[in-house]
Design a protein around this ligand. Structure first.
Ligand code: B12
Length: 166
């Protein structure tokens, strides 16, 4: 399995790494992509992550990359940016993601999930293109988010600790 999580290879189960109680005090940034007004899954995901102890900075629907980046700057402790999309226009919505990461404005892993292309037939190339745009993980099930966050934690906290020590 590569370091990236795709709809196909998402079989690992790292939930044993950290228990739910240990997620208290950890922060994620959540939102729905720029062109997308579908709100229901966003609210359900925010609720579920909060129930697992995480602090969720929920930017809600129609959030451009620039607003995710602004939130990252306000919350340097954030360990992931989680972007939902349902209308099938995620690729256009994330066209400036790579630049925001390159500029250091988005410092943590970017996780994307939802309905990630237009039409009922889903093509793996839609996922590949997301990785090319700078997405780090593509997920299907909201229930898998917290375990993924747990598995990413060591890689995220080391740079944060180094920055705090400077
Ligand atoms: C309600 C709805 C609307 C409402 C939204 C109201 C609101 N404020 O939320 C309104 C009427 C505004 C709307 C508008 C549109 N919609 Co609409 N909408 C729906 C509908 C019926 C339900 C969506 C919903 O809330 N589901 C409930 C949630 C809980 O489930 P879910 O969205 O499926 O999410 C699940 C997974 O996708 C996943 N998931 C979702 N987000 C994330 C994020 C992460 C990080 C992860 C890990 C997982 C994840 O987990 C969820 C739970 O399993 C769906 C069809 C359907 N039956 O699903 C269409 C649908 C999503 N809409 C669609 C479309 C096309 C549109 C419009 C473009 C229509 C139009 N021509 O105007 C606009 C787009 C507006 C915009 N700018 O985004 C299409 C998308 C098609 C595609 N991608 O190929 C769908 C699938 C309908 C269809 N079959 O064509 N819509």
């Amino acid at each position: 399995m590569t370091s990236k999580t795709s709809l196909q290879n998402e079989t690992s189960s790292p939930s044993a790494v950290v228990g739910p109680a240990d997620r208290t005090g950890r922060t994620v940034i959540l939102g729905v992509a720029a062109s997308d007004s579908h709100a229901v899954a966003n609210h359900l995901i925010a609720h579920a992550l909060r129930a697992q102890g995480l602090t969720v900075v929920n930017l809600g629907t129609c959030t451009p990359v620039s607003e995710f980046a602004d939130a990252c700057e306000r919350h340097p402790e954030a360990e992931a940016v989680i972007v939902g999309s349902l209308n099938g226009h995620i690729h256009e919505d994330l066209h400036d993601l790579a630049q925001a990461k390159q500029d250091g404005r988005i410092h943590c892993p970017v996780i994307v999930g939802g309905n990630l292309s237009v039409g009922s037939t889903k093509d793996e190339s839609a996922i590949t293109r997301l990785y090319e745009l700078g997405v780090d993980h593509v997920m299907n099930r909201p229930a898998d988010l917290a375990p993924l966050l747990d598995s990413l934690l060591p890689a995220v906290t080391r740079p944060l600790a180094a920055a705090a020590a400077r």
